[in-house]
Design a protein around this ligand. Structure first.
Ligand SMILES: Nc1ncnc2c1ncn2[C@@H]1O[C@H](COP(=O)(O)OP(=O)(O)OP(=O)(O)O)[C@@H](O)[C@H]1O
Length: 346
């Protein structure tokens, strides 16, 4: 393939842009600025996390450019989405993981999403905003960890398997926080956000308290959110609460990036029989009705529960597990829609 003339270069550039546009199912205009072609080298800078797809993307670019000698590099520069309130220093994006109803798997989704984003090349932290029922320390396997401070002003977040986290659970016994009234919970959240020495992060995943009442609304307004992911199970009761969750974020103008249907079905580990314990298609219907992407569907699976409860989430303990790939897909989708919302083309 010749790069001598301007025309050839343009044709080459166009075919690469078209290839990336097809690959990520995005319009050509949004992809153009990511590609730089120069004398046989192609530099692609992606604005969202998708590390596990880079190898395949390189293959596709070579095929579409019909040039096996191209020197292709793919880099990731996560874009920081605009927010209504002042950003947390060094933190590009804050994503809330919320649910209208308790017990649908919001915390499990939060931690696996965090590790899956890390596996896709992002720097990630977790903020446990579930002041009344913090479960993140248990899920990260460090419930007895005690935070320390280097400068006596800010507290260092706790590290666990490559992500950093902060939770009220590291500061006070769980039973103490459960009796706090709204203002106290708000103050605690304010301190967790602003008095933690967060390192450079692409994403801070916030495990929100379940529900859609005043407390949750205040909290949603307290955090500089780039977007929210709403977790639901497929049955009508949970869906009705998920709708309230969507309405809550709409009310405070925080973009809902999409939905996660958790416990979609149960796959029997003995006989492989698939059973829709919590009904079927609820997430799909909700996604269609509210024009929101269904970012991922996770089955009710014993490995997810055992690993979350034992402090080493599936994504960390067994990245080769088929469901770890489902979480990585969820992470790629979440990152992509966070970017799309930030440039207002979704
Ligand atoms: N897909 C799944 N398969 C199997 N077990 C799951 C799944 N998702 C969550 N669980 C289990 O369900 C229980 C509740 O999950 P989790 O704590 O994540 O829910 P939650 O919505 O955050 O709850 P809360 O409302 O108390 O904050 C946990 O024991 C967890 O391990």
């Amino acid at each position: 393939m010749l790069f001598g003339s301007k025309n050839n270069k343009n044709i080459e550039q166009l075919s690469i842009v078209e290839c990336i546009s097809r690959f990520f199912e995005l319009p050509i205009v949004s992809v153009e600025s990511w590609v730089e072609v120069k004398k046989g080298t192609v530099k692609v800078t992606l604005p969202f996390a998708s590390k596990s797809l880079h190898e395949e993307l390189i293959k596709q670019i070579i095929i579409s450019a019909e040039d096996t000698k191209l020197d292709i590099s793919i880099d990731t520069q996560i874009v920081s989405a605009p927010t209504k309130i002042a950003k947390i220093p060094k933190v590009k994006n804050v994503i809330a993981v919320a649910s209208g109803k308790g017990g649908v798997g919001k915390s499990t989704t939060s931690v696996n999403l965090a590790y899956a984003l890390m596996a896709e090349g992002a720097k990630v932290g977790i903020l446990d905003a579930d002041i009344y029922g913090p479960s993140i320390p248990i899920m990260l396997g460090n419930p007895t960890a005690k935070p320390s401070s280097k400068d006596n002003k800010k507290v260092e977040p706790i590290s666990a398997h490559g992500v950093v986290a902060s939770s009220i659970g590291y500061f006070v016994p769980a039973e103490d926080a459960t009796v706090w009234r709204g203002p106290m919970a708000s103050k605690a959240l304010h301190q967790l956000i602003n008095e933690t020495a967060w390192p450079e992060l692409d994403y801070l995943i916030v495990d929100m308290p379940p529900g859609t009442g005043d407390i949750q609304l205040t909290m949603a307004q307290q955090v500089p959110l780039s977007g929210a992911v709403v977790v639901t199970t497929p049955q009508d009761l949970a869906l009705a609460d998920a709708i309230k969750g969507i309405a809550m974020f709409n009310k405070v103008n925080i973009p809902v990036l999409g939905l996660v249907e958790n416990m979609s079905y149960h796959l029997c580990s003995q006989c492989g029989h698939k059973e829709a314990i919590f009904s079927e298609q609820g997430g799909d219907k909700l996604s269609e009705k509210y024009n929101l992407p269904l970012l991922g569907k996770l089955p009710l699976n014993i490995d997810i529960r055992q690993h979350a409860d034992s402090g080493k989430p599936l994504q960390v303990s067994n990245p080769e597990h088929a469901l770890s790939e489902v979480y990585r897909q969820l992470a790629r989708q979440t990152s992509k829609y966070c970017y799309l919302k930030s440039v207002q083309i979704a």
